[in-house]
Design a protein around this ligand. Structure first.
Ligand SMILES: NC(=O)C1=CN([C@@H]2O[C@H](COP(=O)(O)OP(=O)(O)OC[C@H]3O[C@@H](n4cnc5c(N)ncnc54)[C@H](OP(=O)(O)O)[C@@H]3O)[C@@H](O)[C@H]2O)C=CC1
Ligand SMILES: O=C(O)[C@@H]1CCC=N1
Length: 305
């Protein structure tokens, strides 16, 4: 399917829809200001860059359910985004778009896609769903055979372009649709493709992960506060520590255990803290957290009995 500066309709523009639109608009603004800085070299823009430019969204439409949410959203996103609401808004948004990003709660995905006019409007279009637990097979059965379906699992840090997204292709996914979707989510952080069988685990680890990470961050800061640090200082230290350790793993490829060992002086304070963590069964607690969240994620797309 040729995608040339496509218009994206975000169907269900709440927390995640806003994160994706905000991150994408910021990335476009960054790219545009970069271009004007180097006007002399702009003639040298390669064919590949021109191709990439065509994959940039041409515009955004955001659909929500309620009129008051629409008014709030217009203020949040500004005049670069057309905001619509209600069932008629959904049909108009999907009709005017080239690509539809389904960001409603999983429990209402079927009802939203099966509403009058939506199926018709989705013909020959790309549908990217971020709904946890809703399978490609379900999405394909609620749309048309010519609707190209891709499943994505992003996370909230997409808002600041530090996201992690995993994509899974449907049986009819073409190269251009995959290239476009990869481009969108790559500008919002890291993006990789996996078989759909992994998506519930991805939902737990990467989708829900920011919540788990923030509980750890808050707990570390609490410890600092307990020992007399001001709350804002403790929070800054905890956040930078988690970011620094994570970046060491991502940039050097070092095993986390090697980084832990390099911090741990024999007979020192780190090993004392580590043993306390192990006494609290922190490893199995965190691993079981992902196990339980994966189990629940796998049920989210099911009809409630
Ligand atoms: N939150 C997260 O961190 C992540 C969430 N996800 C997935 O993203 C999806 C959205 O989650 P999240 O952003 O947190 O949810 P939110 O509740 O923040 O957003 C849902 C949005 O859907 C809108 N909506 C409700 N009913 C309709 C309708 N009939 N037609 C159009 N829009 C409608 C709501 O509008 P209104 O306000 O008017 O009711 C709201 O804007 C879920 O499927 C979730 O599994 C995936 C990865 C991470
Ligand atoms: O809690 C949830 O169900 C969604 C999916 C991943 C993050 N939030």
């Amino acid at each position: 399917m040729p995608l040339n500066r496509p218009t994206i309709c975000v169907l269900g523009c709440g927390t995640m829809g806003i994160a994706i639109i905000r991150g994408t608009l910021d990335s476009i603004a960054g790219a545009t200001s970069g271009q004007s800085d180097s006007s002399q070299s702009s003639q040298l823009v390669s064919e590949q860059e021109e191709q990439e430019d065509l994959l940039r969204p041409g515009g955004f439409i955001a659909c929500v359910s309620h009129k008051d949410s629409a008014a709030k959203l217009s203020k949040t996103l500004g005049d670069q985004v057309k905001v619509l609401h209600g069932a008629a808004g959904n049909v108009q948004g999907v009709s005017e778009a080239d690509v539809v990003l389904l960001c409603t709660k999983p429990q209402i995905a079927k009802a939203v896609l099966s509403a009058p006019g939506i199926r018709e409007a989705l013909k020959d279009k790309l549908l990217v769903s971020i709904c946890a637990g809703v399978t490609i097979e379900q999405l394909q059965s609620w749309t048309t055979p010519t609707t190209i379906v891709i499943r994505a699992m992003p996370n909230t840090p997409c808002k600041i372009r530090e996201g992690m997204t995993v994509l899974s292709c449907g049986p009819n996914t073409d190269i251009q649709s995959m290239a476009f979707t990869t481009k969108i989510f790559s500008t919002l952080g890291r993006c990789r493709t996996l078989d759909e069988k992994h998506l519930d685990a991805v939902t737990a680890l990467a989708g829900s992960g920011p919540a788990f990470a923030c509980v750890m961050l808050e707990a570390l800061a609490d410890g600092g506060v307990m020992m007399g640090l001001p709350r804002d200082v403790a929070t800054e230290l905890a956040a930078q520590v988690l970011q620094g350790a994570a970046r060491m793993v991502l940039t050097t490829g070092a095993h986390p255990a090697a980084i832990k060992d390099s911090v741990t002086t024999p007979g020192g304070c780190t090993i004392a803290g580590l043993l306390t963590m192990e006494d609290g069964r922190i490893r199995s607690t965190l691993a079981r957290t992902i196990q339980e969240a994966t189990t629940v994620a796998s049920t989210l797309g099911r009809d409630k009995k």
